[in-house]
Design a protein around this ligand. Sequence first.
Ligand code: SAH
Ligand code: DHB
Ligand code: MG
Length: 222
Amino acid sequence: MNSPLWNDVDIYFSSKLQESDPIMDSILKANAEAGLPAIDVSPNQGKLLYLLAKLKGVKNILEIGTLGGYSSVWLARALPEEGHLITLEYSKKHAKVANENVRNAGLENKIDIIVGPALETLPTLEKKGFPSFDLIFIDADKPNNPNYFKWALVLSKPGTVIIADNVVRNGKVIEDDTEDSNVQGIRQFIDLLSEESRIDSTAIQTVGLKGYDGFVLGVVKE
Ligand code: SAH
Ligand code: DHB
Ligand code: MG
């Protein structure tokens, strides 16, 4: 089967609009060598995350779902000198690969990987000195998206940007009778968003190297 046209278009834009990036390339290579699933954000999506963080001038970022740290490094590159990114990862193996990638990227002073189920580590962040974040990226186990969204609100303040990946899933998001717990998690998350008056949000469908998917973008009201 021919590769969909949007893959070529995605590669066209990244080749034109991104400089050669040995650090990002080496992260994807290390992830593949360690046998991690290739479900990182795409290069163009990573750059979008970076630009959104830059646009907002964020100082503290929370990421739920590290994998090999590819999106973590994109986001952390947007941080000022004193900025910080905390990323939560369930898998010790993924966290080990990510730690190595973060060190190779020279960002070990800015990125902290906290290992464990996110629902157990999220409640520890306030005591660790992080009562709120400027940007929160939700990209872990999709059945827990409603819980992660509730936590994102707890750990937010007026102006906090909340982004969630993989909310379209080849269009499965509109299947209201689905037995797929990932899709159920996304739909419950969207229901919470739709009922939540404290946040302004939208969802954008995307095509590209990650297939047909999309993300939610929200801003906590001032
Ligand atoms: N954000 C990454 C991709 C994350 S993939 C990137 O774009 O580069 C999703 C990650 O969430 C996986 O590494 C998986 O191990 C992790 N994960 C799954 N369940 C989790 C949980 N309960 N708590 C924390 N992390 C979890
Ligand atoms: C999956 C998870 C992701 O975060 C992603 O971007 C793509 C796929 C998955 O669990 O299948
Ligand atoms: Mg994702």
